[in-house]
Design a protein around this ligand. Structure first.
Ligand code: SF4
Ligand code: SF4
Length: 421
C-alpha cells in the first residue's frame, strides 16, 4: 500500500470538508487551572497560585482521564490546554501524556515562566502540535508592569529559550494594552527577526468572567486598536478581504443566539468540570461531574446552541460582522446579556471598515451610523488613521506604568452572572 504525505493545511481542510455542516465536536478547549503565578492587569480569569479552595475544586487527574476517554470516543481531534497557567498544576504533564496517548492534536497555551529543563526535555520527547507563549512586553519594565510580578520577564525569556533549543513548535503572541502598546512592534520584530518565530497579536480585551470590568482599565481606545491592526499589511488585507465578502452578500440574519462554532464544532471545559459553549461564556454551563461529556454535548449544549434570539438588534442585519468581535459571550460579559451589542466592539468594527474606505450599509438603529456627533468623530478618526497621524511606530511609554488603581471601570461589574469562583 502506498501512503501519500499531505501538508497540515490540506489535512485540516479535508477534515473540515468531511465534517461540513454536521454538528460534531472536533475542537475542545480545556482550562486545567485558573491559578497562575502572574497577575496580568488585563487578565479575564486568573486566580492566585496559592488559592487552595480553587485548587481543591479542580478536576483530578483521574477525572481528566475519564473526560479524555470520552472526548476520544466522540471523535474530537484538536485539543487546547489553557489556563490560568497550565503548569500551575504539578500533574499537568501526566494529564498531557494521557491526552497524547489518545492521539489528539494538542496545543498548549502558557506564559512560559514555569517551564524548566525537565518540562522542556519531556516536551521534546513527546512534542505537542503547537505551543503558544504570550509575551507581555519587549522590555522588563513593560512586561512586569503588566504582569505585576518582578522577575517574570527573565523567566519568560528563559522558558522561550528552553523550548527553542529543543526545536519545539513554538509561536509567540501578545495582547495590546495601554501598558505595552508602545512595544507591540518591537515584540513583533524581536520574535520574527531575532528568534525566527511566528508572532500574532490581539487587542480586544474582555471583562473578567467573575463580572469585574477591571481589565477594561488597560484596554486600548478603538482608534488605537484599529491603528495597530492596520499597521500590519497582512492584518489589514485580511480585514479588507472579509469585509468585502460580508458586504457582497445579503445580511446573515441568524435565528439563533449563537452562530459561531461554539456548541456546533467546539466547546470548552473549565477546571471544575463545567462544559460551556466557549471559554468566555459562563451563563450556561453543564456539570460533567453530575453527568457525562456525551450527555452535555448531545443534550445541554445542543439546547444552548438552538436557543432562538429574543429580539432584533442592530447586529441582526449588520454586514460588517466579519470586522467585529461581537458575539453572545462578549455581550454576556460586558452587558450581562448575550443579545446586547457591545458598544466598544461596535465602534471598533465601524472604524475598521471606515479606515479601510468601506461604506457601512444601513443595519437598524445603530448610533455609530445615526448619531451625527458619533459618526463625525468616527469619520475624523478614520481620516487620522488613514493619514497615519495615529502611528503605532512612534507611540511612547505611558507616563506611569503602575497598575491603574481606583479606576471606576474596574469596579463597575456587569451583574449578569453569579460569582464564578
Ligand atoms: S499569564 Fe495569562 S492567566 Fe496568568 S495572569 Fe497573565 S493573562 Fe492571566
Ligand atoms: S456590534 Fe455593531 S458592528 Fe458588531 S455586529 Fe453588531 S452592529 Fe455590527
Amino acid at each position: 500500500m502506498t501512503l501519500n504525505a499531505v501538508s497540515y493545511g490540506e489535512f485540516s481542510m479535508a477534515l473540515h470538508e468531511h465534517f461540513g455542516d454536521k454538528r460534531s465536536p472536533v475542537e475542545v478547549s480545556i482550562e486545567v487551572s485558573r491559578r497562575c503565578p502572574l497577575d496580568c492587569q488585563h487578565c479575564y480569569n486568573n486566580l492566585p497560585m496559592g488559592d487552595l479552595a480553587a485548587r481543591n475544586r479542580e478536576l483530578t487527574k483521574d477525572e481528566y482521564e475519564k473526560i479524555l476517554d470520552e472526548l476520544a470516543d466522540m471523535g474530537v481531534i484538536w485539543l487546547l490546554f489553557t489556563g490560568g497557567e497550565i503548569f500551575a498544576r504539578k500533574d499537568f504533564l501526566e494529564i498531557y501524556t494521557y491526552a497524547k496517548q489518545k492521539g489528539f492534536l494538542i496545543t498548549l497555551f502558557t506564559n512560559g515562566i514555569l517551564i524548566n529543563e525537565k518540562i522542556a526535555d519531556y516536551l521534546r520527547e513527546f512534542p505537542p502540535f503547537a505551543i503558544e507563549i504570550t509575551l507581555y512586553g519587549r522590555t522588563k519594565e513593560t512586561y512586569e508592569a503588566l504582569t505585576q510580578i518582578p522577575g517574570s520577564y527573565d523567566r519568560c525569556l528563559r522558558g522561550i529559550r528552553l523550548l527553542m533549543d529543543r526545536g519545539l513548535p513554538l509561536k509567540l503572541k501578545t495582547v495590546g494594552t495601554s501598558v505595552n502598546r508602545h512595544e507591540v512592534i518591537a515584540m513583533k520584530e524581536f520574535t520574527e527577526r531575532e528568534l525566527g518565530l511566528e508572532f500574532k497579536f490581539d487587542s480586544l480585551l474582555n471583562p473578567r468572567i467573575d463580572c469585574s470590568q477591571a481589565p477594561l482599565a488597560v484596554r486600548l481606545s478603538p482608534e488605537e486598536v484599529v491603528a495597530l491592526d492596520l499597521n500590519w499589511p497582512n492584518v489589514a488585507a485580511e480585514h479588507r478581504k472579509t469585509l468585502e465578502a460580508g458586504l457582497r452578500v445579503a445580511p446573515n440574519a441568524s435565528q439563533t443566539v449563537y452562530s459561531c462554532g461554539g456548541g456546533f464544532k467546539a466547546f470548552a471545559i473549565d477546571p471544575y468540570g463545567h462544559m460551556s459553549i466557549c471559554v468566555i461564556s459562563h451563563q450556561d454551563t453543564y456539570d460533567i461531574r453530575a453527568g457525562s461529556v456525551h450527555e452535555g454535548w448531545a443534550q445541554f449544549l445542543l439546547s444552548v446552541r438552538q436557543r432562538e434570539r429574543k429580539r432584533v438588534t442592530k447586529c441582526t442585519a449588520c454586514q460588517i460582522k466579519s470586522a467585529c468581535g461581537m458575539c453572545p459571550a462578549n455581550g454576556e460579559l460586558e452587558n450581562g446579556d448575550p443579545e446586547s451589542p457591545v458598544d466598544f466592539l461596535c465602534e471598533v468594527a465601524h472604524l475598521r471598515a471606515m479606515a479601510l474606505g468601506f461604506e457601512v450599509p444601513e443595519h437598524g438603529d445603530c448610533e455609530f451610523c445615526h448619531d451625527v456627533e458619533r459618526r463625525e468623530a468616527l469619520v475624523e478618526s478614520a481620516d487620522r488613521i488613514a493619514a497615519r497621524e495615529i502611528d503605532p511606530n512612534v507611540w511612547s511609554a505611558p507616563r506611569s506604568l503602575l497598575p491603574v488603581l481606583n479606576n471606576p471601570v474596574a469596579s463597575a461589574g456587569c451583574g449578569g452572572c453569579g460569582t464564578v469562583h
